[in-house]
Design a protein around this ligand. Structure first.
Ligand code: FO1
Length: 304
């Protein structure tokens, strides 16, 4: 059994690769909920949905989020009415948010609703929100305090960040299902997701850091930075702005004490000794899942 600490796109692709690599392995994803938002009265969980759609084979892989063959008529009409439409919810994607919002209003937990949605898509990966409590990642920026999606989407993560806050994380309860998945698996994998805004909001939930530290020899992390750059999103820029090295070494230092093995890209092979000097084993492979062959190579390295 493998449990993957997960953000959005990078985690979704790694989970898909792990499943294709071994149809038998039991897979769980403990997923970040710090990007979640309520908009137009609807509860939206971008990381959970990106993973769900990717594993179901219906994610728009080019865009990275949302459904393939989506249409945007509702957003267009909303704009014509003068409503807020900077955060695009596709016509079909809206059904997911309507379903989730109705079930939450009826008293179901996020964990229960996620299980229901995942079963409708026939997923064979346990999708687990790290907590059922509200956790909200926020940014102190040159333009003031911004919510996650205001920073990420409205401002195209193109604004200087002074600090990241994860509201609610330190008092959130780790879900029973996430705790079980982290305690009972043979290997914990930290996906190639943004360390600061995808993985850290998970690690900050009381219990997670302790489990990782205690089980660090079973923990494998994949660096999301390749030659100092993120494949998608602002990980490199945020690392620099918040005083970290934007490199595989910087990622290894950020995970110090929590990780037994770091997987770094062949483009960063020259940093292997410096990564090892942080106190973990190092594996060098292709981490960019650009095609099936590379995805399988990464899945094999994660399982080695
Ligand atoms: N990302 C965008 O860049 N623009 C959007 O309008 C947008 C809408 C959206 C709706 C539902 C959803 O599940 C994800 C969505 N995303 C959008 C992606 C999301 O903002 C981020 O990529 C993640 O939160 C970061 O992991």
């Amino acid at each position: 059994m493998i449990t993957v600490l997960s953000g959005g796109v990078g985690a979704a692709r790694l989970l898909r690769a792990l499943r294709r690599h071994d149809a038998e392995v039991a897979l769980s994803a403990v997923v970040n909920v710090g990007d979640d938002l309520v908009m137009h009265g609807l509860s939206i969980c971008p990381d959970l949905d990106t993973i769900m759609y990717t594993l179901a084979g219906v994610n728009d892989d080019e865009r990275g989020w949302g459904l393939v063959d989506e249409s945007w008529r509702v957003m267009q009409r909303l704009g014509e009415l003068g409503g807020e439409n900077w955060f695009s919810l596709g016509d079909l994607d809206l059904a997911t948010h309507l379903y989730r919002s109705q079930r939450l209003a009826a008293g179901a937990t996020k964990t229960e609703v996620t299980r229901e949605l995942a079963s409708r898509w026939h997923l064979d990966v346990a999708l687990l929100p790290v907590s059922d409590d509200v956790i909200a990642t926020e940014f102190d920026t040159a333009r003031g305090r911004l919510s996650f999606q205001e920073y990420f989407v409205r401002h195209h993560h193109d604004v200087v960040v002074h600090a990241v806050r994860v509201r609610g994380a330190s008092t959130a309860t780790l879900s029973e299902q996430s705790r079980d998945a982290l305690e009972s698996c043979e290997r914990i994998v930290i996906a190639p997701s943004n360390p600061l805004i995808s993985i850290d909001p998970i690690v900050r939930v009381p219990g997670v850091r302790e489990i990782l530290a205690r089980r660090r020899h079973d923990v494998v992390a994949v660096s999301p930075l390749v030659a100092g750059a993120a494949l998608k999103g602002p990980a490199d820029r945020l690392m620099r702005e918040l005083g970290h090295d934007a490199s595989a070494v910087g990622v290894a230092r950020f995970y110090d004490g929590l990780v037994g093995t770091m997987i770094i890209d062949v483009a960063d092979a020259h940093q292997a000794a410096a990564v090892a000097a942080t106190g973990c084993a190092v594996r060098v492979t292709t981490t960019v899942m650009s095609d099936e062959r590379h995805a399988m190579a990464l899945a094999a390295a994660v399982r080695a």
